[in-house]
Design a protein around this ligand. Structure first.
Ligand SMILES: [Zn+2]
Length: 185
């Protein structure tokens, strides 16, 4: 948060050591937004994070397949889902629900995948954009845990946890909004 970085695991020696085998400690699933670059904001290097990013951290079969590879093949014990403020995908979904107009092309696909989170947030009455973004993280975590049998099995077995958090672009601070299969209190 203070900008004091250690830049771990970014030298030539670690690059050589990792060439034959990777053993990342977490799957990072976050928004494709250029300001939410996983290794930079968490000050990590090569071999640390298995990163999957889509606009609005929207889930499709390739996302789930990538996560299943990370959990099932690489044996990663933690999935971190990171949303953020001023998210264009969430804003677009809110706009679509307000105006009734959906965007064209495959951007529509992104917006359609965020809309259930906007609906879920509206269950609680009039809510602000921050609450919608947090709800979208919770919905994304629940979706990942429900859709993938492999991930659900690992959670049930106690070998995998999911943490969902929202990241503040200006402060560089992330706050946990949900946890599945792991105690973060
Ligand atoms: Zn975003």
């Amino acid at each position: 948060m203070a900008g004091e970085r250690e830049h771990p695991n970014q030298d030539v020696a670690i690059r050589h050591r990792l060439a034959g085998k990777q053993q990342p400690f977490a799957i990072f699933f976050g928004c494709a937004d250029s300001r939410v670059a996983a290794e930079i904001i968490f000050d990590r290097g090569l071999g640390d994070l298995f990163v999957v990013r889509t606009a609005g951290h929207t889930v499709d079969s390739s996302v789930l397949g990538s996560m299943e590879f990370g959990v099932g093949v690489l044996g990663i014990p933690l999935i971190v889902i990171l949303g953020h403020d001023s998210c264009g995908a969430v804003n677009a979904a809110v706009d679509a629900m307000t105006s009734g107009d959906l965007p064209g092309g495959f951007v529509r696909d992104i917006v359609e995948r965020v809309m259930p989170s906007v609906l879920a947030a509206s269950k609680h009455g009039e809510v602000g954009i921050d609450q919608i973004e947090a709800e979208h993280v919770r919905q994304t975590a629940a979706l990942v845990a429900q859709r993938s049998h492999l991930i659900a099995d690992h959670i049930a077995a106690g070998t995998l946890g999911i943490i969902g958090a929202t990241y503040n672009l200006r402060d560089g601070q992330a706050g946990v909004v949900t946890a599945i299969g792991i105690d973060v209190t």
